[in-house]
Each structure stands twice: as structure tokens, then as C-alpha cells.
Design a binder for this molecule. Sequence first.
Ligand code: NOJ
Ligand code: CA
Length: 685
Amino acid sequence: MKLNLNVLSSLLPCLLLPCIVLTNLASAKSVEVSSPDGSIKVTINDQPSLTYQVVFNKETIIDNSALGMQFKRAAELGQGFTIASTKRDKVSTTWQLPWGERKDVIDEHNELFLTFANERKLANKFSMRFRVFNDGIGFRYEIPKQAGLNQVEITNELTQFVINKPKEATAWWIPARGWNRYEYTYKTSDIESIDRVHTPFTFKLKSGIHLSIHEAALTDYAAMTLNQQRPGILKADLTPWSDGTLVKTQTDFQTPWRTIQISSDAVGLLNSDLILNLNEPNKLGDVTWVKPGKYVGIWWGMHVNETTWGSGDKHGATTDEALRYIDFAAKYGFDGVLVEGWNIGWDGSWFFNGDVFNFSQSYQDFDLKKITDYGQLRNVNLIGHHETSGSVTNYRNQMTDAYALYQKHGITQVKTGYVADGGNIKRIDEQGITRKEWHDGQFMVNEYLHSVKQAAKYKISINTHEPIKDTGLRRTYPNWITREGARGQEFNAWGSPPNPPEHTAILPFTRMLAGPMDFTPGIFNMGFNGLGDKSNRPQTTLAKQLALYVVLYSPIQMAADLPRNYENNLPAFQFIRDVPTDWQASKALAGEVGEYVIFARQERQGEDWFVGGLTNENSRVVELSLDFLDKNKHYQAQIYRDGENAEWVNTPYDMIIENINVTYKDKLTLPMATSGGFAIRFLHK
Ligand code: NOJ
Ligand code: CA
């Protein structure tokens, strides 16, 4: 209303006087849009320049922050633009995930669509769409076709996120544009002390409000990292191509959504579906062939140096070993067996020589047909593996043949890998010139999605390691079943340092806000080098390893340890056998970033609930109210928790398994040891 009056009053003189008065359009305009519950208010201003501001429960959480973008051969969209029109929409709907943390997802938001205009003749208009939910906001730029803007190269996205009093805010972050991609331990600091950071970038203001800045639906664009300019002024910093350009595209185009999840406490962030809500619906049609499940694999043995990826005496991927794993999987109810090191190319320094990988040719001691036939008789799928070592042209050239081969053998899931230092992805361009790209630049954003789309044609789901970060594209392409994109369990085998006790108490509030992670939990033998070797072992108790299956969501979960370590502890293994990977409902119950976290999830194919809780290096006792349980049912709680003498360093295996009868009225008091936790199955009766 306010806007319409403004526009009218500025246009009116135009009818009477020469239209120079159009500059009146530049009289300051500001437009507001609020969340359905009114707690979040976004204001967009066009004077003195284009900015937006976000207020939550009356506190300014993002102060006036710049909007706009700049191009190599065209004028900026931003400076000199004014709000020309607005359109509003209101959405309240529920949609369903084919697999996920919950079946029904509620999308309730208010939308404001604004067009911006400039008096100049060329490149004189663009639009922005803001969506405001009860759990945060998303906004994106939409650039139409127009004179002066056709093929474009973006050299700067001006978007800012301005945080007042950055010294009083606490942030949990990993550095961006580093050699180890997303695989860093998290730093905890005030905002003024951060470097260039990856998103999701999570922080807490002095008032206790928690925010996480990220993006949704990242396609055909460079990933956004955040770079601090003046203290508290975080600016979108897009990962460049090898030639320095940020984004190469053509009008019309739209950017990914820039997102800010907002909650008055830490747990609220965990219960947000904002990222998924900002993605497009499923584009693949029937996806019943995408199957959540659990798997084991010829994998950990390589990481702890018992076997090798390459050929020779210690070769892990032999036919006999694969058959043995299939027997183990069949016996204990697993759906799949991952086998790494099955194909030609691993000999020598595979890390640096991705060009020699052959994705159709097995090593001689690996009989693909025999193994997959054997698996099919036992209802166990072989899970394929394509390590590219970052030689993506080599992979691209073989991709369709490789997926076709797997499909022929009934393989429905492939783990891909892009082990290469940041900025060192090797591609051969159209002229045959070798270029080195970042894992999160526009080129690779497209390359990862290309693999997912190609795989879909062969009804194959993709689990990407060394991936581009998740931005919720699983909604649109449900065969992008999971990915890595943070430090996983592997770092506990050889990482320096391994993952510290706080790591998995930070992940849910940071990396996991983006989507599922193939962390590969379930190491039972912490002492593969002796418990005393703290530099190479999981720094957790056994109960915490079990808790990870509930806390770190992924529709496919690995039981990562060697079969013999599970057969040595079948009572504890029972939890991994029982825990599902596809959920009807999920609720984060309690937690503080980096301290502890508790999730309750209800299985999709039944009525049981599962709860996982874990803590950082501090032991603590939590009281768990069972009011999430069905009020009309009785349950047996099968509890796996740290024993009285448990602590992660010397007594990680001290674990109590107990069964007690409960209803929704009960409360459980659960002690967690240092870097400990608990896992509970609520079996309904
Ligand atoms: C890194 C992956 O994260 C890991 O799971 C895999 O075993 C190695 N690359 C080899 O592909
Ligand atoms: Ca990795």
C-alpha cells in the first residue's frame, strides 16, 4: 500500500511536466515482508542504495546490507536502481519427501517479488524474490533478458550480511578456498575473527538468537562463501573459475537462494526445512528405485592400512572378500556392500593420477559378474565406486559406459569421489587445454549435477564424496541420495588431528543443516593402533558411535567397521541392525552447538521411535521426556548408554544395554560420558 502510494505520487507530476520528475521515483522507498507468524520482518530499501534488513522478535539481526551484482561487460545491477513494482504471494502447503527425515514437509511463507528499474537504456531492470518463513528467509536475484545483458560474466555479487556487534557473536566455521575443501575441523570464535568461510555459516548473537547463512538450489552458478570486509560485514564471495570469472551465464537467469535460518535457540535450527522448501519439486518422476538402506563395505580396511586399494598381496577388492562381505551383509540384514579399489587405476599414487582410472575394467582378481550374481541371490546389492581423483574429464568421457555397465549388473547406487586439493580439479577444455578448477566453482557445480542426472537415466543413486556442498537439490533430484562434504569417520583412521570430541556436536548445527551426510559411523574397535594412540582413533565412546546413526541423518548409513569387530560385539551391533534410515518424523529435542545434541526420529515403515544423543568432551546428564511417543502405545525402550566408568580415552567400551517398559509419560535420566552418548530404540508393543 505504502509503495503504491509512493509510486502514484511520484508518477502523477509526470503527466503534467516533462518527465524529468521521474527521478522522483528515487524518493526513498522501503517495502516490508513478514513471516506468517510475524516474528521475522524483512525490509528492502532503495535509498541511498539497495539494501535489505532483517528483524527477528524486534531485534535487528541483519542490518542494512547491500544487494546487487556486477558484470564484466555491462553496467552494475544495483547502484541507481529503485523499486519499480512489487507483487505479493502467500503460500501454505504440505508436500512429501520420497525419503527423508520426515514424510510431510510444511511450506508456509510470504513472498515479495520486487522489480527494480534504472533510467538508463541498457541493463536497466532486474527482480528479486524474497520468501519469509517462520524459520528464516530466502531471497534471490532474477535477471530477465534485456538490452545490454545477454551473455554475461559476473565479476562480483554485492550481497552482504551485516551483523552488528560481531565481537559479541559466537560462530562455528570452517575456512573456504582451502586445499582440504570442506574437510576441516570447526573453529569456534567471535565473528570478527573469522576468515573467508564456507556456508552453512552458523552463529549465535549475544541475545541467544541463532542464525545460519547458506544457500538453496545451487545450480549453474558458483558457490557462495562469505568474506569479511569491515568487521561484521560479511559479503558473498563466489568461488571463481580458473580464469577468474565468477559466473558465466546468459539472461534470463536466476541466482541460488541466499538463505538465513533464524531461531531463538540452537535446536530451532535443526528443525528447519527452509533449504528444502526453497528447492524445486522432484523432476525425476517415479523414484521408487531410489532406496534408502544400510551398507557395509571393503573400505575401512584400506583406511587403517590392513588392505590396499591398489593390486597386489594386500588388495582389498578381491572376489573372495566381496563374497564374504555379501554373506556378512545377508546374515545381518544389510542392503548393500560397497567395494572400493575394484577397478584399474589405483596402483601408484592414485591421489595424483586420476587420468588412469578406468571405470569399466576390473582388476583381475575382482569378478564383477560373479559378485553381483551372488549378491542378487542373497538380496544384497553391490554398491559401485568411482574415484576420479579430480580428473573430471576422464570421468566424463567414461561416465555413460560406466553407469550402463553397473546397471547391467543390477547396481543401483554408486559412491563417487573427487579427491583432489581445492583448486586442483583437472578438466580439459574445448581447446584441449588443461584447466584447474575449484570443487565449488560453477564448472564443478554443473559437473556434479551432470553426474547425478546421467545416473538417473540408469536408475542409479549417487553418493558424492569430496562433493559440492548440499543446497537441498535432493528434493529436485532424489537420486542424489547423500554426500560427504565435511570431515567424516575416515579422519579418525589417518587424520591429523582426528575429529575431536566436539566435532559431531557441531556438525548437526552446521554442515547437516544443508542435508544428509555419509559420515560412515559405527567404528567398534577404537584401538586399531592401541587405545593410547589418541592421534589415530575415534575420540568417542562406543555408545556415541551408535548415537551417530540417529543424530547424523543420511538415508544410506554405513556400518563402517570390519565384520570381525561387529562379530566380537553382537549385542552392541544389534542397534545398528535395528536402526532404520528412512523416517516418518524427526524432532531435535535438545542441544547447544558444540556441546550436545539429542534427536528423536520415528521410522517410516513402522511405529518405533529411535533416539540418539551425544556430547562433546564434557560428560553430562540429560533428562529425556518421552512425550514425543504415541500416547496410546506402550513401548520397550532398548537403551544403549555409557556405563558408569565410561570415558572416551581409556574406557570407551564401557556400555550398558538395558530394556525397560515406558510410555509417553515417562522421563529417562541419561548420563553421557566424556565424548559419550546414547542410542535408544522404542519398540512399540
Ligand atoms: C575419500 C572418500 O571420502 C573415502 O571414503 C574413500 O575411501 C577415498 N576417498 C578413496 O576413494
Ligand atoms: Ca573424503
